[in-house]
Design a protein around this ligand. Structure first.
Ligand SMILES: [Zn+2]
Ligand SMILES: [Zn+2]
Length: 139
């Protein structure tokens, strides 16, 4: 598989859009390990006005570059399958912390097998384990 940034550039160009500074900045800001709230994302895109960030997010969702991760009544934004190093999360229901899980090749294979057993061709998946983080458990 090609690098996430190459994948990103070719997806944007193939769809007939140009790689503006706002698009590059928003993509770079989402490259971190953790999904971001809209507020956090805006904070990481210094020099880009809020309206451009919102338009960029809408475009990225349309192009399948990012997805919303529903967290109760809120949501966070993260890159989809081919655009980020794939990972699963632990999600704390009390403080909202999202902790990436280490990769597990066996689990990945098993998930694909399960999908295939239903005659389904898997393209991507999300896996979130909800519960209490160490800090919240010790309170
Ligand atoms: Zn917590
Ligand atoms: Zn996975």
């Amino acid at each position: 598989m090609s690098e996430p940034s190459e994948q990103f550039e070719s997806t944007v160009k193939k769809s007939g859009y140009s790689l503006t500074a706002a698009r590059r900045t928003v993509f770079a800001a989402l490259q971190g390990e953790e999904p971001l709230t809209m507020h956090e994302l805006v904070g990481r895109c210094e020099g880009i006005d809020r309206a451009s960030i919102y338009r960029t997010i809408a475009l990225f969702e349309q192009l399948g570059i990012i997805q919303r991760l529903q967290m109760g009544w809120k949501y966070k934004l993260e890159l989809t399958g081919g655009f980020v190093h794939h990972h699963h999360h632990l999600s704390c229901v009390r403080c909202g912390k999202v902790i990436p899980l280490p990769e597990d090749a066996n689990l990945e294979k098993r998930l694909l097998q399960l999908a295939a057993s239903q005659n389904f061709e898997a393209q991507s998946h999300q896996l979130e384990i909800r519960g209490l983080c160490t800090d919240c458990r010790s309170e």
